[in-house]
Design a protein around this ligand. Sequence first.
Ligand SMILES: [Zn+2]
Length: 493
Amino acid sequence: MNTRPLARRAGLEGFVTWFGQLEPSDNALPSSAQVLAAAPIDVGLDFTFLPRKRAAAGQVSLACVLVAEHDCEVGLSVGSYRGVAWQAAEQRGATPEGNAEVGIADGSGRLALRSGANVILLRIETAKASGYACLRLDPASGVRVGVPDGASVDLDAGAVPEYAMVNRPGAMEPRAGFAHAGWQAALRKRWMELLGPLPEGLGAITRTIGETESNGYVRREIRMASPLGIEMPAYLLLPKGRSAPGPGVLALHGHGVDAKKNVVGVDDGSAERRANIDRVRYDYGAEMARRGYTVLVPDQRNFGARRDPLSAAGRYTRDACDVQFMRGFMAGLLPAQAEAVEWRAWLDVLAAQPQVDAARLGVLGLSLGGRTTGLCAALFDRVKAAVVSGALNLMRERVLLGQGCIKHMLPGLLGDADLPELYGLAAPRALFFEHGADDGTSPEIFAQEAWRRMRVIYDGAGAPERLGLHVYGGGHVFNGTRALPWLEAQLTA
Ligand SMILES: [Zn+2]
């Protein structure tokens, strides 16, 4: 697979594309013939390397052949996603072939290339099996990446249609100067057609399990019903002392066994909870309640009390959403549709609270909760403002990398539009993204591409000021330092 067209559209040139991944036991410097003969790694990202999926964390070796048109020196830097996902252990390059090693200290260095093929070898210590490593060349180099003799430069040539679709721009990606209103109506129509009719009926609270006093608010454990007749557990956080109806916020959790507890800051003593409390500021639901907002924190499908019993029993370890997607596919059902019905029911419940002004509904979430937030805001006009954390990316990238949850996708949708277009349907309503610079789950190249496309949409809608972004140092964590004040400003305006 080749994503060079995508990189070019993102304005990126001169990045290494073709790697060979070597066996970890292979300590000798490979020849260029060996590197070129090695199968390209399973992703062709212009500068991102993903260790083989589900490979154990540890040392991996990768190599590329850089073909220089003439003797030259180029800058090489390694890694945009340091720390969280991976760290460089030993890094060396050899140039020209078989000669001196080149140190790449602190993630960057200079390579003296000779005319012809040069082998670069990197050994990278991955701290996490799904981590990314990135290798970036000084773009002003006149250097290209070697490909095997006889290999087609167009790696899509002869590929099965689904690969070709992944590499092709979506038919409804907006271009600068596009007519926004017509585009929005057409994409919304397309999305709704694929989603199918959503069953009529309101979501409602069916029972209250219990109530706990907290700092400035009451945390009520409830059960809700959707028009699909499914019982959905949630926390409802009710601020004390609210006399007039105010904003209501839907706070959505990410992946994790019982992740809604993270969102409300409940410490149940589990190792995962401790890790989340220590590592990331995850209690954004509780934080909004402390700030005086009514907050609904539901379990998403497959999580918390809704966890798949087979997953809970350890019968499988993959993302339960993927299993849900497969089951749905076999049953002729689309998780995306059922989830949309649930989001609507959650908004119904929130809007029906006497403390809530239904004209001031907000949504926020991290990771899976971030993507859900963006899609929920796009789908339902009554969402006034939304904060998407840790989900500034593309479905295209998720399927290229062979990772990530695809439960929100619909058959054929990627041929027309990807997440930026769907998120962008919220325009001109207020939408804010926050993104950790070292977020290994959202590679920079795709985050930039997603952002660029949403900017085009909001510009086209005449509302560039309604789209916000905060990029901060850190990984796949909630930040909130700009996002939460922004959300408050939108909901209290
Ligand atoms: Zn998932």
